[in-house]
Design a protein around this ligand. Structure first.
Ligand code: PEP
Ligand code: MN
Length: 263
């Protein structure tokens, strides 16, 4: 169902703030995790002011360590709803398990499936039935064929609104947190009609490298970005080193506009 042979024109997803696919680019931005109402509102206000189209923020966080900050849960979802009410930005937030899908879908405009769950087939089937667009991250050790098969689990349940996100894969290189596979963009777009986005934050692992990776992805033809930014990144409870300061996010958005005009 994802194949260009089945649908020979790009899927375009429309939101009140913009479109993605078929030449339309959207930027989802916000903190890695929702930590407080104040932090989330601050981020949402400047994401909107600098031209972002969607607010990201995890209420349920899939942390490597069970002792690390796990997110605020339902309280985090309520904070996201408040940020949406004030700014009008649609919300993308992660759902970790099939039994959470109904709850998260009450608050989210887009359901995020994280890299660690990219082959959680019952979860993929559940979001396929939830009636909301899905932002599907590539697993860190998945081939592009496997990635598309995961998308098929969602599509085959009747949900055609899927965004594919390249967020970096595991290689021998240790300088960056993951290796951004920029080639995934043209390869996926030659196979599928679905929008393809880049997450430059998790492969970079360090905020200095986020803007170049984001621009590389867009130059390669990506239909959108999902990027982490925090009002006080040094104090963030997760992914502190890679979240952009407000000024850096503003610089990214300015460069995104200039690149779009040049392409
Ligand atoms: C995130 O977006 O904060 C996240 C956990 O991403 P990933 O699933 O790509 O690691
Ligand atoms: Mn993160």
């Amino acid at each position: 169902l994802a194949s260009l042979e089945v649908q020979p024109f790009p899927t375009v997803l429309e939101f009140p703030t913009g479109k993605t696919g078929g030449g339309h680019v959207m930027v989802a931005a916000g903190p890695c995790g929702v930590e407080s109402l104040e932090q989330t509102l601050k981020a949402a206000r400047y994401v909107k002011a600098h031209g972002g189209h969607m607010l990201r923020g995890g209420a349920f966080k899939p942390r490597t360590s069970p002792y690390a900050f796990q997110g605020l849960g339902v309280e985090g979802l309520k904070i996201l709803a408040e940020a949406k009410r004030e700014t009008g930005l649609p919300i993308v937030t992660e759902v970790l398990s099939p039994d959470q899908v109904e709850l998260v879908a009450q608050y989210a405009d887009v359901l995020q499936i994280g890299a660690r769950n990219a082959q959680n087939f019952p979860l993929l089937q559940a979001v396929g039935e939830a009636g909301k667009p899905v932002l599907l991250k590539r697993g860190m050790s998945m081939t592009l064929e496997e990635f598309l098969m995961s998308a098929e689990y969602i599509l085959s349940r009747g949900n055609m609104r899927v965004i594919l996100v390249e967020r970096g894969i595991r290689t021998f290189e240790k300088a960056t947190r993951f290796t951004l596979d920029v080639a995934a963009v043209p390869v996926l777009k030659s196979w599928t009609h679905l929008p393809v986005w880049i997450d430059p934050s998790h492969p970079a692992g360090k905020r200095d490298w986020v803007i170049p990776l984001a621009l590389a992805g867009l130059a390669a033809g990506a239909d959108g970005l999902i990027v982490e930014t925090h009002p006080e990144p040094e104090k963030a409870l997760s992914d502190a080193a890679q979240q952009l300061h407000e000024e850096e996010f503003a610089e990214l958005m300015e460069k995104v506009r200039r690149l779009a005009a040049a392409l």
